[in-house]
Structure formats: structure tokens, C-alpha cells
Design a protein around this ligand. Structure first.
Ligand SMILES: Cc1cc2nc3c(=O)[nH]c(=O)nc-3n(C[C@H](O)[C@H](O)[C@H](O)COP(=O)(O)OP(=O)(O)OC[C@H]3O[C@@H](n4cnc5c(N)ncnc54)[C@H](O)[C@@H]3O)c2cc1C
Length: 284
């Protein structure tokens, strides 16, 4: 099987589904060749996409000259067009909502609250992106609203805990994180124990052909308290929820080590991650 035929197959996949659709395995399936051919020619998805971009530039020929943006060489302009990054920030919009008629003093536009989201003006609550000290995330805004609603209606409620908020980055590989990093835990004076498990040892990652990344568990050495979990790899933004739940329920490293996880699943990497804190991961 030639590199040319594999590139054509990858191009066809791109046409139908965008970059996410292109995997070396699917390129192989489309051309009906053995699994090893795409890997031999491209090694991984990134080198395949680079080859496709180079291919597109070569095919554009003269047209490429007309693509130049400003003084940039055309290749650079095309790369910029192919790899555009849009970064949009957020800001509290509190300047015209009538806070000047209350006792509330905003801090750079953010509204200070107590743990129940109540502002300094009794009976006035703030939720979402405008709250000082909370990350500007949809799930944090939603939960702070639920806390207020539950509290005001006399139902069971507990405050939003800053150290139990999952942070997710929807990249490839994806990132999911909760709690303290190893450095932060040490800074806070914890005697830290760390476990790290690479996705290369996870069977579902093998099935998905996605081995990049690892699970890192930061724990307190004395009591086995889970202080933080940091995942980079396949499904990280999904499986981080289990770690948040474990921390919310005050599970220890030991209790997680003996929690049975189905095989083959990405969540199994957490079992190995927690077990690696005690040097007992079985799939390394
Ligand atoms: C590009 C982008 C991507 C994001 N991606 C993620 C993500 O992947 N995951 C995540 O967790 N978070 C994400 N966020 C953040 C998330 O959108 C916010 O944290 C969340 O929407 C905050 O909710 P909120 O209710 O506080 O504010 P908003 O959702 O902004 O709602 C505020 C509402 O109030 C209205 N309003 C404003 N002023 C007035 C006024 N004077 N009178 C009446 N109404 C008014 C607005 O029109 C708006 O409808 C993203 C944000 C951006 C900008």
C-alpha cells in the first residue's frame, strides 16, 4: 500500500467528518490494508495531519501565492488558516445592574459572597460568573444557583467547595483535573504521596488507539486522603467525575483501590492510578 493511497483515504475521511474522524485505524480500514501500513507511513495522527496539510499546500501551487496574509509567506498564512485558535475571555458584567443602590462593594466587577452565595446586602444573592473567588465555569454557576435555591427553600444544601471543582480542557488528548496539584499540596504543608499510571497500560486506551497521557493521584501520606487527581488522556473530561465524587464522599486511596472497575474501560485507569499511590497498580 502506497503512502499516496493512504493520504487519499485520509483526505476522504476528512471531507466526511473533519479532523476528529481521521484515525490511522480508519484510514487502514478504508483502504482495506493491514493495520500496520498506516502506522508504518505516518506513525501517529499528528504526522498524518501534517502530511495532509503539506499535501494540500503542494496541490495549491500558484493559488498559494494569492493566500498570503500581509507580509507573511503563503505557507505560514495557510498554516494559520488551518490551525486557527479562537480565545474568548469572560468578564463580570455588573456595572449597570443597580448594585450602586446596595451596600455591595464589587472587586474589579466581581461580587463578594459568603459560602451560601449571599452578598453583603442581606437577602441579595449572587451566582455564576460574577461571584468573586469562583472559577467562571458553567457547572460552577449552575451549582451555585442550586445551592441558593436549596438553601432558600429549606432543603438540604452544602456550599460549593473550591477544591472540588473539576476543570476540563476539551483538547486531544483531553484534560480533567480536580483538587490540589502535587506542588500546591506540598506548599500547604501536606506530607504528599503520589501515584502515576500511564494510559499505555490501559486496555480500553489500546482499543481506542489512544495511549497518550496518564492519571496522577495526589494523596495525603498519613490518612490516604485524596487531595487531587490530574488526568491527561482519552476520556479525561468524563472520568474525572468519578474522582470528584470520591473526594466529595471523602473516599480514601485505599477505598478506591478496592473499588471494582469494569474491564476494559477508561475508568480502570483510575483504579490503577489510585493503586499506584501504594505501588500496587497491576497493569503497568
Ligand atoms: C466561548 C466560551 C466558551 C466557554 N466554554 C465553557 C465550557 O466548555 N465549560 C464551562 O464550564 N464553561 C464554559 N464557558 C463559561 C460559561 O459559559 C460561563 O461560566 C457560564 O455561562 C456562566 O453562567 P452565568 O449564568 O453566570 O452567565 P451567562 O451565561 O453569561 O448568563 C448571563 C445572562 O444575563 C444576561 N444579562 C446580562 N446583563 C443583563 C441585564 N442588565 N439585565 C438582564 N439580563 C442581563 C445575559 O444576556 C445572559 O443571558 C465558556 C464561556 C465562553 C465565553
Amino acid at each position: 500500500m502506497t503512502r499516496r493511497a493512504l493520504l487519499d483515504a485520509a483526505g476522504a475521511l476528512l471531507d466526511t467528518g473533519g479532523p476528529d474522524a481521521v484515525t490511522l485505524r480508519e484510514v487502514g480500514a478504508r483502504t482495506g490494508v493491514s493495520r500496520s501500513a498506516p502506522y508504518r507511513h505516518f506513525a501517529n495522527k499528528e504526522t498524518l495531519l501534517t502530511a495532509l496539510a503539506t499535501n494540500a499546500m503542494n496541490q495549491l501551487g500558484d493559488t498559494l501565492e494569492r493566500l498570503a496574509i500581509g507580509d507573511d509567506p503563503p505557507e505560514q498564512s495557510l498554516r494559520a488558516a488551518l490551525l486557527s485558535l479562537v480565545a474568548i475571555g469572560r468578564a463580570p458584567r455588573t456595572y449597570d445592574v443597580g448594585l450602586d443602590k446596595t451596600s455591595i462593594q464589587v472587586d474589579r466587577g466581581f461580587v463578594p459572597t459568603n459560602e451560601w452565595m449571599e452578598t453583603t446586602e442581606p437577602g441579595v444573592y449572587a451566582i455564576g460568573d460574577v461571584v468573586a473567588g469562583l472559577p467562571q465555569l458553567a457547572h460552577v454557576g449552575a451549582m451555585s444557583g442550586l445551592v441558593v435555591a436549596a438553601k432558600l427553600s429549606g432543603k438540604y444544601a452544602r456550599p460549593v467547595r473550591r477544591d472540588r471543582i473539576p476543570g476540563c480542557t476539551y483538547t486531544d488528548p483531553s484534560i480533567g483535573s480536580v483538587g490540589l496539584t502535587e506542588a500546591q499540596a506540598k506548599e500547604k504543608g501536606y506530607q504528599v504521596k503520589v501515584g502515576k499510571f500511564p494510559f499505555v497500560g490501559n486496555s480500553k486506551a489500546t482499543i481506542l488507539d489512544s495511549h497518550d497521557g496518564f492519571v496522577k493521584v495526589v494523596a495525603d501520606a498519613k490518612y490516604g486522603e485524596i487531595l487531587g487527581v490530574h488526568i491527561i488522556g482519552p476520556g479525561a473530561t468524563e472520568i474525572i467525575a468519578e474522582c470528584v465524587t470520591a473526594m466529595e464522599l471523602e473516599a480514601t486511596v485505599e477505598s478506591m483501590m478496592f473499588t471494582i472497575h469494569a474491564h476494559p474501560t477508561l475508568s480502570e485507569s483510575l483504579l490503577d492510578g489510585f493503586s499506584s499511590v501504594e505501588g500496587m497498580a497491576i497493569n503497568v
